[in-house]
Design a protein around this ligand. Structure first.
Ligand SMILES: Nc1ncnc2c1ncn2[C@@H]1O[C@H](COP(=O)(O)OP(=O)(O)OP(=O)(O)O)[C@@H](O)[C@H]1O
Length: 251
């Protein structure tokens, strides 16, 4: 039976979670609580454990210590409530498939028969609506291999939205695109944040601070800051001498 959450119950709750790959401790006693409507930026240096934490929240990995709840449930059973935008698409860019078909893949698990080789009219209508929401309706028939980096990110976002999630999780959605396309995607995320809770991984703390309500800094351990409290000292402490490289990554 579904559990009822009060409006201020966390939609994502991570309690004292530790995780190691073999002998290597990657996350140490992580606490993170995200309530409905928040837009949280997860930042940190390379190998700081960001993707690992996302995989735990998505239920793809199990913590060795501590607990995670998504909408009050174990992550695996809440997976449908999460729309996930990966850092890299899980298919080859030269796969002979058009944008609308890629977006329809996001319906797998919602009764779609796309996996059997065909999609229903309802699937295609949902895909077109999701593409319209990310302002990419005109790309529907385009082969996926012909998209720019920014267009591909919009399509991956539409694929996450087509499953009607309550939570969006994005792993560096703008790592490989130019600064203008990056701003456009963040404007879109700000609009989506009016109805969705968002957790987004980024290297670019300076850029995301303009958009997110809270920054979670992860480097094996995690510290949260309200956006207004992110100072040069915070950035220096987190990244040490590498901050210039971080700031200029989107060049
Ligand atoms: N499947 C795995 N097996 C063993 N070690 C792993 C595995 N995946 C990640 N690691 C290691 O765990 C650490 C954290 O990796 P993770 O990908 O979570 O970091 P990240 O903060 O997302 O890094 P980046 O910013 O470079 O993407 C790294 O040292 C990485 O080499």
């Amino acid at each position: 039976m579904p559990r009822t959450l009060s409006p201020d119950s966390p939609v994502i709750r991570v309690d004292a979670v530790s995780f190691s790959y073999g002998e290597t401790l990657v996350l140490e006693r992580i606490n993170l609580s995200i309530v409905a409507g928040e837009f949280v930026g997860l930042v940190g240096p390379n190998a700081g454990g960001k993707s690992t934490l996302l995989k735990l929240i998505l239920g793809l990995l199990e913590p060795q210590a501590g607990q995670i709840h998504v909408l009050g449930r174990p992550p695996r059973t809440a997976a449908r409530a999460i729309g996930y935008v990966p850092q890299f698409p899980s298919f080859a860019r030269d796969f002979p498939i058009c944008v609308e078909e890629v977006v329809t893949m996001g319906r797998i698990g919602r009764g779609s028969r796309w996996a059997l080789g065909w999609s229903s009219r309802a699937d295609r209508a949902a895909a077109r609506q999701a593409l319209a929401e990310v302002e990419a309706a005109d790309l529907a028939r385009r082969p996926i291999g012909q998209l720019s980096g920014g267009q591909l990110q919009r399509v991956l976002l539409a694929r996450a939205l087509v499953a009607e999630p309550q939570i969006l999780i994005l792993d560096e959605p703008t790592a490989n695109i130019d600064q203008r396309a990056e701003s456009d995607i963040f404007d879109l995320l700000a609009e989506l944040n009016q109805r969705l809770t968002i957790l987004l991984v980024s290297h670019d703390i300076a850029f995301i601070s303009e958009y997110v309500s809270r920054v979670a800094c992860l480097n094996r351990t995690l510290t949260c800051h309200n956006t207004s409290a992110v100072s040069d000292d915070t950035i220096q402490h987190l990244y040490g001498g590498h901050i210039r490289q971080v700031e200029h990554q989107h060049g």
